[in-house]
Write a protein that binds this ligand. Structure first.
Ligand SMILES: [Fe+2]
Length: 499
């Protein structure tokens, strides 16, 4: 992969002011995705309904149980134990079908030659699943990635009762289990869009033309020679059902191989832990299962938030688990400048990493506000100023060499003071959808990313590859690189290999 300077090295390394990739221009999405259209918001309404306790709460656990019963699978497993060495790409929150997703294509097509498969971590299809939407936001985009694709669903995939996900990822075409519960919720609840026979046949042909993946269910164990991936389905609100929890405990204890958890909801994100609740087990969590020494988890990777964050958490003396957010695979960018200085049990700011860097995130958002809000031109903060400002605000040194000697101007301070309270920078439910459209951005740097993971016996490497959309950087830029190997006691030890 490319040894180009990363966003940590310089303003230019982040891709500011670069010419757009010619490869990318050739890949223009057929139709831009639009969150401003009221239909996506209406189609996402099950999110609000599921969170309304007075309407009976979230039926997802019951629905998932019904799917699993219909599938007749109790031990969902993908057997790739033939792979003595494994190489895969992980992309999170992929499915907008617009430039934010297409910008990843030149890199994914290169990775197709050197990886065994792709894993999508949550939100395969925006805004609301749907079997028919897979043509545009999955098959068209990944036609040049000629390896199997596995996935765990995100909340957006559940807004059609998981029907589209089951059809395309699991090859199951039965109608979704009917949702019971209070009458009012049943009346308001969005049902999956119906397919006629022609549409069904056409979608089936698309599915069957892709390399066979053989994913049996929305949650699964993917067994390879040196490493196990454990994918969980966190539904709409982030909780896993009790049957899935029992399965997770069982598969986690069953093998001594190192494991990586893949989840639709990250266990550490935006400076806080989110341990992941379990149905009917207050006080117990997914994180508790991940931290159990005998289970040998070395990393937990979640989508949902559309950027990259790494928390190397010392879970006990001498043992660190990498908690990663990797959701920059194909949707609008969530801000990182709003992430507070990291001070968590087991990890501090010095060890924390993110992409985009907070200064680049602030500069990016300042440009968006400056160009999209009338008479707000004064809000723009250039990248070097933004980097210096964020370092000063957090009491840390700027990573970029060309920001280290920069003096923060009063103008920057005034602009930042106005930007931080503005809406649209964090994840705020359905309202975020409106902002994301408002802030839709199609020019470099786009600050997307995927992970490239490689493992062989006794060796593991994870690289975060930044995707800017810049000419000459189509192969990705290494923004973070980690190596791990077991010590004499068999405990996996991590080291940062760059940049
Ligand atoms: Fe998402």
């Amino acid at each position: 992969m490319s040894q180009q300077p990363s966003s940590r090295a310089s303003v230019a390394g982040a891709g500011w002011e670069c010419p757009a990739s010619g490869e990318l221009r050739a890949l223009k999405p057929r139709r831009p995705f639009s969150w401003l259209d009221p239909r996506p918001l209406l189609a996402s309404r099950n999110d609000k309904l599921a969170r309304a306790g007075w309407l009976g709460g979230d039926p997802t656990n019951d629905e998932r149980r019904a799917w699993m019963a219909a599938l007749g699978v109790s031990d969902p497993r993908i057997d790739r134990s033939d792979l003595g060495r494994v190489s895969f790409v992980l992309a999170g929150d992929t499915g907008e079908g617009d430039m934010s997703q297409y910008v990843t294509v030149p890199l994914l097509e290169r990775l197709s030659a050197v990886t065994d498969f792709m894993v999508i971590a949550s939100d395969v299809i925006y805004p609301a699943g749907g079997a028919a939407t897979y043509e545009r936001n999955f098959y068209d985009v990944y036609a040049g990635y000629e390896r199997p694709i596995y996935a765990v669903p995100g909340n957006h995939d559940w807004y059609d009762g998981l029907t589209g996900f089951m059809f395309h990822l699991c090859g199951v075409e039965t109608a979704p289990p009917s949702v019971g519960g209070p009458l009012l919720r049943r009346l308001l609840w969005r049902r999956p869009p119906r397919l006629d026979d022609d549409e069904r046949a056409q979608l089936r042909a698309l599915r069957d033309a892709r390399p066979r993946a053989g994913q049996p269910a929305p949650y699964w164990l993917l067994d390879t020679g040196p490493l196990q991936l454990v994918g969980i389905d966190t539904g709409i609100t982030g909780e896993i059902d009790r049957d899935q929890a029992a399965w997770l405990r069982r598969v986690s204890a069953a093998s001594e191989k190192p494991k990586i958890l893949i989840t639709g909801k990250p266990l550490a994100v935006d400076g806080r832990f989110h341990p992941g609740s379990i149905e009917g087990e207050p006080g117990r969590s997914v994180d508790e299962i991940v931290r159990e020494r005998a289970h040998n988890y070395v990393a937990a990777i979640g989508g949902d938030i559309h950027n990259y964050q790494r928390y190397p958490v010392a879970v006990e003396p001498g043992r660190t688990i990498q908690y990663l957010v990797s959701g920059g695979g194909g949707a609008f960018m969530h801000a990182t400048h709003t992430i507070p200085k990291v001070a968590l049990d087991g990890v501090n700011e010095e060890a924390f990493r993110c992409y985009p860097l907070r200064g680049d995130s602030l500069s990016f958002y300042s440009r968006l506000y400056a160009t999209r809000i009338p008479f707000a031109g004064g809000l723009e903060i250039v990248p070097a100023q933004a980097a210096a400002y964020m370092a000063e605000r957090l009491g840390i040194a700027p990573a970029k060499a060309d920001a280290q000697a920069v003096v923060v101007s009063d103008r920057t301070r005034r602009a930042a003071a106005r930007i931080f309270p503005l809406p649209g920078q964090g994840k705020r439910g359905l309202l975020q959808a409106l902002f994301s459209e408002f802030f839709d951005w199609n020019d470099p740097p786009l600050f997307k990313q995927v992970l490239h993971v490689e493992a062989s016996t006794g060796e593991l490497r994870i690289r975060c590859l930044g995707i800017t959309g810049c000419a000459g950087r189509e192969a990705g830029v290494v923004e973070d690189e980690l190596l791990a190997a077991p010590d004499a006691d068999g405990v996996w030890q991590w080291r940062v290999a760059g940049p």
